[in-house]
Structures are given as structure tokens and as C-alpha cells.
Write a protein that binds this ligand. Structure first.
Ligand code: ARG
Length: 472
């Protein structure tokens, strides 16, 4: 049993102990304390307290002198925490009481005026929103780095041919640039989701007090503005019990992680020996302690694994919230660990995938060969028969099947079958067909908007650069 768990005896809690005869039991102290994790909110807590104190002073709810002392003291606490970290005293429960207790030590009874017209309920809702907002900004910046890495590899490989898959079976040739830009699109949607979440959270709960608002003549617009929110929240009951902003970031994180996991899975498959499409950077791989030839894609596997944990965090908070009546309930203190965990994991996953994309080298010869030997241009042969020989598509499909069977038996690519052999299969085929059967011709022909033709891919890369605000 840790020392922290020892019973504190009969001393009553300083902040709310007035009506309790005995101090909280050891178990109560432990289950109640959120300081071990919510100390991460200290910057936001101090910023919100400064804004609140300033407003109380301006409104004449507290004196100028007290206002100055409080703001000065809070600044000093920030310096201390930056230097020494946040002390963890379970008796002080959470970051809000920890800061207030230190303020009392520093400035005396004036500290007790800071909590006028405020409750920990609107305080934590405000702090946590600010934390989520900061985290969204950091995540967004990291995602932009990943997009840049994808863009630069896509640009280098706008013409590199690889098999495109459906059912993980070779389907039609595509370019590696096109494939990588598909992930760029996903990440762009992720950034949009984070941005949407940021816009939605931009309302300040501060001043909602415990649940019903306050009788003091506060100015909620002033604190909202000071903290960079667009407006104060409109309903005090909702404001103190709403954790949608936390769910929003968890949903955005889950979907983003899901995309990263899919990309990680591509790398795992591509790096396997039978594929051999990619050589992953040594810095993001590990060896085996027993099999010397192994180079394992552990970072990619862990991104895939961590995605499960991130989605678990989203599930956890949804389940915490689903049965809660209005307004605040202590269950809601459990909102923070899953958000902190998911944010930390996601940050690591984005960084890992950025490194993986930027530092991998692609075996383009091998990719091209896989496209050629996978009969990826079979659809092109069928389309050619339809277009040039007026064969109905179903029949063309059948003829093409016979050609693939023959090529497979001979162990050659479709465009390596001699014309005589093709004509044996169907006499309407002539030598113009070779113009359609190479993987290059196939890819170049898919020139529809958003298609895989290198011209299309390059146009999408240019458009993406413009959206990213990059100079061309
Ligand atoms: N530590 C608490 C939390 O994170 C702060 C709010 C406490 N409010 C209360 N009425 N007990 O939720």
C-alpha cells in the first residue's frame, strides 16, 4: 500500500469539510483524487483563473488590490510548476484545489475570493475545453507534416506503376503516387474533422457556476473573449455537463487512427518478402533475437495496435457519459484519462507514419513487375475488344479470360503473348491491341477526373499543394 493511501485520520477537508465530522477515509481520498492525471491541465487552469479574476476585478465584484494579488500569485504558481512540476497531494483532490491552496499560501485570504461566482464544475469544463483546443492545434500541425511526406513521395512516384488491388487481388494497374494520394485525402478529412471539433468547442462554460449560473454581476463575454472562445455557452446546465468536445476529439482521433492503421497495414504487406514493394527505414524497424534475416515492421504494427486502444478510449468515454442525468456527476471526472491517452497515442502514431512515409524506399521495378504479371490489364483487353471490334462486353470478358489463361500457362505478361496466339483466341484481335495492353498504356488511359493517369495524379498533387498553401 502506498504512503499516499494511509488514512488521514479525523482532520476535515479544508475546502469542503465544514459539514463533515471526520476526514475522508483512505479509500475515499484515493478514489476521489484526480490530481494524478488532471495536473496536466495546470496551464489551462491558471489561464482560466486569471481571466476570471480579471473579470471579477473589472466588474467590481472583488477589489482592484485583490485582483492584482490573485493574478500575480497565479503567475508565480505558473513559474513554480514550470520549474518544479505540479505537486501531487491527494487531499487537494484536483488541479483546481491544488492551485487555490498554493495561492492561499502565497497571498493569504484574498485567494479565497477567486472562487466567487465560479464552481469547479464550470472551471473543469473550461480548462478541459482549452486543453482539447490546444491539443487539436498540435495534432493538426502533425497531420500537416504527414500530408507533406505523402505529397513528396506521391510526387516522386506519380509515374511509378504498381498493381491496384480489390480484395487484395491484382485488379488494374495504378500509380504509387495515386495510391499515396488516397491517404492524403483521408488525412485531409481528418484535419477537417479536428477543425470542426475546434469550432464546435469554441464556447466558454465559465460563469455557468455549479449548474444554474450565478447572482453576481459577472461578464461572461469578457472571460470568453479573454480565453479565445467565440462566445459564452447558452445554457448553464448543458455547459457544466457537456463533454461533447471530449467525445468529438476522441471520434476524430479514432477515425484518424483508423486511417493511419490502414496505411500501416499497407506498409506491413508491402514490406513482406513475397511483396517486396518497400524497404522500410532501419530506424523504424527492429530485428529478431533469433532469426538473423528478419527486419520487422514493428512501428507499423504498433500503429495498427495503438489504433485499437484509441478507439477503446472513445468507447470508454461514451459509456461513461451515456447514463448521466443533468447536470455534473463525478463520473465525469473520468473523462480525462481516455482523452489524454488517446491524444498521446495518436501523436506518436502520426509521427511514426510520417517517418515511415518519408524514409521508405520503394522498389518500383518490383511493383511494376507485379502489375505486369498479375494480368492487371485484362480489363483493358476487354475494353479494347468492345471499342475496336464491337464485341459485346460479356463476350469480350470471356475472350479475355481465355487470353489470361494462356498467358498464365506460358508464364508471360498479357502484352508478351504473340499476336498469332491472341488471334487463335479471337480472330478480331489485331496488332493495335498492344497499344492497350502495356501497364503504361493502361494507366495513361484512365484519365477521368480523379483517375490514376499520371497527368491526373500530377494535377491532384498540384491542387493539394495549393490547398496546403505551398508555393509551386
Ligand atoms: N476534479 C473534478 C473533475 O474533474 C472537478 C469538478 C468537481 N466538482 C464537484 N462538484 N465535485 O470533474
Amino acid at each position: 500500500m502506498s504512503d499516499k493511501r494511509k488514512d488521514t485520520g479525523t482532520s476535515s477537508n479544508q475546502m469542503w469539510g465544514g459539514r463533515f465530522a471526520e476526514g475522508p477515509s483512505a479509500i475515499m481520498r484515493e478514489i476521489n483524487a484526480s490530481i494524478p492525471f488532471d495536473k496536466a491541465l495546470w496551464r489551462q487552469d491558471i489561464a482560466a483563473s486569471k481571466a476570471h479574476a480579471q473579470m471579477l476585478g473589472t466588474q467590481g465584484i472583488i477589489s482592484e488590490a485583490d485582483c492584482e494579488a490573485i493574478i500575480g500569485g497565479l503567475g508565480q504558481i505558473a513559474d513554480e510548476y514550470t520549474r518544479d512540476g505540479v505537486p501531487e497531494d491527494w487531499d487537494l483532490e484536483d488541479i483546481h484545489m491544488t492551485v487555490e491552496a498554493r495561492l492561499t499560501e502565497l497571498i493569504g485570504p484574498a485567494a479565497g475570493r477567486l472562487h466567487t461566482a465560479r464552481s469547479r464544475n464550470d472551471q473543469v469544463a473550461t480548462d478541459f475545453r482549452l486543453w482539447v483546443r490546444d491539443t487539436i492545434d498540435q495534432t493538426e500541425a502533425l497531420l500537416a507534416q504527414l500530408q507533406l511526406a505523402l505529397l513528396s513521395q506521391a510526387e516522386a512516384h506519380a509515374d511509378s506503376i504498381m498493381p491496384g488491388f480489390t480484395h487484395l487481388q491484382t485488379a488494374q494497374p495504378v500509380t504509387l503516387g495515386h495510391h499515396l494520394m488516397a491517404y492524403f485525402e483521408m488525412i485531409e478529412r481528418d484535419r477537417n474533422r479536428f477543425n470542426d471539433a475546434r469550432t464546435r468547442l469554441s464556447m466558454s462554460p465559465l460563469g455557468s457556476a455549479a449548474l444554474a449560473g450565478t447572482g453576481f454581476p459577472i461578464d461572461r463575454d469578457m472571460t470568453a473573449k479573454a480565453l479565445g472562445f467565440a462566445a459564452p455557452t447558452r445554457n448553464s446546465l448543458d455547459a457544466v455537463s457537456d463533454r461533447d468536445f471530449a467525445l468529438d476529439i476522441l471520434m476524430a482521433a479514432s477515425q484518424c487512427a483508423l486511417h493511419l492503421s490502414r496505411l500501416a497495414e499497407e506498409f506491413i504487406i508491402w514490406a513482406s518478402q513475397p511483396f517486396g514493394f518497400v524497404r522500410m527505414a532501419d530506424s523504424l524497424s527492429t530485428g529478431s533475437s533469433i532469426m538473423p534475416q528478419k527486419k520487422n515492421p514493428d512501428a507499423a504494427e504498433l500503429v495498427r495496435g495503438h489504433t485499437g486502444r484509441i478507439i477503446g478510449c472513445a468507447t470508454s468515454l461514451m459509456i461513461t457519459m451515456k447514463g448521466l442525468p443533468l447536470a455534473y456527476s463525478k463520473d465525469m471526472q473520468d473523462d480525462k484519462p481516455p482523452v489524454f491517452e488517446a491524444a498521446g497515442l495518436l501523436e506518436l502514431c502520426i509521427a511514426a507514419m510520417t517517418g515511415m512515409v518519408a524514409d521508405s524506399s520503394f522498389n518500383t521495378a518490383r511493383m511494376r513487375q507485379a502489375a505486369e504479371l498479375g494480368y492487371a490489364t485484362a480489363t483493358d483487353l476487354a475494353d479494347w475488344l468492345v471499342r475496336e471490334a464491337d464485341v459485346p462486353f460479356r463476350e469480350a470478358h470471356h475472350i479475355t479470360g481465355a487470353a489470361v489463361k494462356r498467358a498464365e500457362a506460358d508464364g508471360v505478361a498479357l502484352d508478351q503473348l504473340p499476336l498469332s496466339v491472341l488471334q487463335e483466341i479471337d480472330s478480331r484481335i489485331d496488332d493495335r491491341v498492344f497499344g492497350a495492353l502495356s501497364v503504361d498504356a493502361s494507366v495513361a488511359s484512365r484519365n477521368s477526373y480523379g483517375g490514376t493517369a499520371p497527368d491526373q495524379v500530377k494535377a491532384q498533387i498540384a491542387a493539394a499543394k495549393e490547398r496546403m498553401g505551398m508555393k509551386q
